[in-house]
Design a protein around this ligand. Structure first.
Ligand code: FES
Length: 160
């Protein structure tokens, strides 16, 4: 998506009149950016601020506050492993360790080919499927570490 296309998307979103105030379009606008760009950069923040008639700093703070938005470059696929209580008790630590080993990166890093970013995450509301992880929009429940190579291969991982 280009910046101009993004601006058009924000205009369309505003025209939907879904939300009570211009400010309440901030998070939906950031979601559009998150899904269509490798990071939410200053130009994206400027476009949102212009279209929603908000101070730049307000949009920037929202982008930085919520963990689901990336203001730094992210991989094509973001792997989020829940490390809250239910998932921790069911082996999330092993899942994170194995993902670090397989991908050769630490939590918060992106593989050199730009394919995967690994993140630890707060409870995703999938506790009955602990340990849970997501890769972009897709959910994986009751994950066993032996299944990880197969899961990663679905997303183009070429390891092992
Ligand atoms: S504790 Fe992991 S999804 Fe709720």
């Amino acid at each position: 998506m280009t910046y101009e296309e993004f601006r058009e998307e924000i205009k369309k979103l505003k025209a939907s009149n879904k939300y009570p105030s211009l400010k309440s379009y901030t998070l939906p606008s950031l979601w559009i950016a998150e899904k269509n760009f490798s990071r939410i950069d200053p130009e994206i923040i400027r476009i949102i601020a212009q279209e929603l008639e908000l101070p730049l700093v307000e949009v920037e703070e929202a982008a930085r506050f919520y963990a689901m938005f990336h203001t730094k470059e992210k991989g094509k696929y973001v792997i989020r492993v829940c490390t809250n209580l239910s998932c921790m008790l069911n082996g999330a630590e092993d899942i994170v360790s194995e993902l670090k080993r397989l991908l050769g990166i630490e939590v918060g890093q992106t593989t050199p080919d730009g394919l995967f970013t690994l993140e630890e995450y707060e409870c995703m509301g999938l506790c009955d499927g602990a340990p849970a992880l997501t890769i972009n929009e897709e959910r994986f429940l009751r994950v066993k570490k032996e299944e990880l190579p197969q899961i990663l291969k679905k997303f183009g991982w070429k390891g092992e």
